[in-house]
Design a protein around this ligand. Structure first.
Ligand code: XIL
Length: 297
């Protein structure tokens, strides 16, 4: 293939980008999006603060802009994200206990129902594990409602949209480490008990290198019976092109690695300001990192 999306499709995968609704009027941006990618993730527009700014009042205008554009062009959509400790609306930040649990599960049900049939994969829960050596959960208002909040969210999402693949998504999980092993143990437990989980997302916000056991880590999750996806790839540093190639080859080497999403299009679109971690420069030109990915696909 001559584009990322077409080349990935030849290998049975998708190649996606995070998209910001506010940039879709930019012609350079839109041209690259439409030419190169066959999957999109809303960068912010499907988060809890965006979709339920007041409790029980749902707002889908910006998310729909992205979803409708994608679907009208045959791109698939990753839903990001139903529950997360960050980017919660103010009203939820101030809640706790059963009131928060009920509000959170209602949020999952409402948003997943609204988009039922239109989402390839949902990040049902994002970043619920702690960094460091403990391997346990991150403290958050959601975690304080009870350790079962994650499985409750997956069951609610499954009831609302049984056709979507339901993913757990996190960062600093790129190698075999305490955090990724904590998640691995949760997924193994979910599979053993029939909790509906279909996929694990590896954000892969990287800085100039990738752990040597990256592919082995993807493979150990796949061996639990879930798909794996690289969900927010961006890579800073002088070794950028080579690392992009390594990550792409690792995904292709794992049969259940079903797709790669980069977290933005041009360097100037990146949340990592000044780090130039993406595949296109600020003028929309392909970088060596782009060639490395296309060659690896
Ligand atoms: C980031 C967005 O890119 C920014 O625009 C926003 O200000 C903060 O969130 N992990 C995630 C993403 O799961 O949702 C985050 O996106 C980046 C880190």
């Amino acid at each position: 293939g001559t584009t990322l999306g077409a080349s990935a499709a030849e290998k049975g995968r998708y190649f996606g980008a995070a998209v910001a609704a506010g940039r879709m009027g930019d012609n350079t941006y839109l041209t690259i999006l439409n030419r190169e990618f066959n999957s999109v993730t809303a960068e912010n527009e499907m988060k809890w603060d965006a979709t339920e700014p007041q409790q029980g009042r749902f707002s889908y205008t910006n998310a729909d802009r992205i979803v409708n554009h994608a679907r009208s062009r045959g791109m698939s959509v990753r839903g990001h994200t139903l529950l997360w400790h960050a980017q919660q609306p103010g009203w939820a930040q101030g809640m706790s206990g059963s009131a928060l649990r009920n509000a959170a599960m209602n949020h999952v049900t409402q948003v997943a129902s609204y988009y039922r049939g239109r989402i390839h994969s949902w990040d049902v829960v994002n970043e619920a594990f702690a960094d460091g050596s403990g391997g346990g959960r991150r403290d958050s208002n959601l975690q304080r409602t009870g350790n079962d909040w994650i499985e409750a969210a997956f069951r609610a999402a499954d009831a609302a949209d049984p056709g979507a693949k339901l993913c757990y998504n996190d960062y600093n999980t790129d190698g075999i480490n305490a955090k990724s092993t904590g998640i691995y143990n949760m997924v193994r437990d979910f599979k053993a008990r029939g909790v509906p989980i279909d996929c694990v997302g590896f954000q892969s916000h990287l800085s100039n290198s990738v752990p040597g056991d990256y592919q082995a880590n993807l493979q150990r999750f796949a061996d639990l019976g879930v798909d794996v996806q690289i969900t927010e790839l961006d890579i800073s540093g002088s070794n950028q092109a080579a690392v992009y190639g390594t990550v792409t080859r690792a995904c292709l080497a794992v049969a259940r690695c079903t797709g790669i999403t980069v977290w933005g299009i041009r360097d100037t679109d990146s949340w990592r300001t000044g780090q130039n971690p993406l595949l296109f420069d600020g003028n929309g030109n392909k970088k060596p990192a782009y060639d490395a990915v296309l060659n690896a696909l």
